[in-house]
Design a protein around this ligand. Sequence first.
Ligand code: SAM
Length: 191
Amino acid sequence: MTPERYQKFQQVLNRRQLDLTVITEDVHKPHNFSAIIRTCDAVGVFAIHAVNSRSSMPIYNQVAKGSEKWVACHTHTNIESAVSDLHQQGLKVYAAHLSKQALDYRMIDYTKPTAILLGAEKSGVTQKAADLVDGHIIIPMLGMVQSLNVSVAAAVILFEAQRQRLAAGLYERVHLAPDIYEQMMFEWSYP
Ligand code: SAM
């Protein structure tokens, strides 16, 4: 590995945010899932959670552009286990969900440990998931269509989280424990 490549790995690992994540709930289209992973990498998300109650998760390499190598994906067979794992880790879970009680996504403090739940392309967030989370958030829609593509919604919300975290200096300190940092450096260096 070249020194430049090693430095790049360090820069990226130094900024990875352990307490900012995404849960996808049956997001099945490979290009959508891959686009979400690519955005997570850009924002500095360390790992994401995919709930696949119906099938396994396909990755579309043309869209992910290899970012699936840099963002770990934990899979769950049901939404309860995903939400409860994250609650146990101290994260608040917000569903991007077009409900009546949803708050404007910019009203959330993403400098706090946060997970964003995204719903399936056709049916959206399930009622079960909507009931389990700490709140609902919405990206205001002022046009003719009711919703955004799920990967676009993920990007809009995650870049707001990045904006807030940059302002709070959260990318200026290392969040990974030394053993995890070393493990990631090893895995990335010797894939
Ligand atoms: N008909 C579905 C519904 O009523 O929820 C639309 C699903 S939308 C194409 C897929 C997912 O993208 C949603 O479940 C939500 O997580 C996210 N999403 C899309 N547009 C959104 C918006 N304006 N605000 C919040 N989330 C949005």
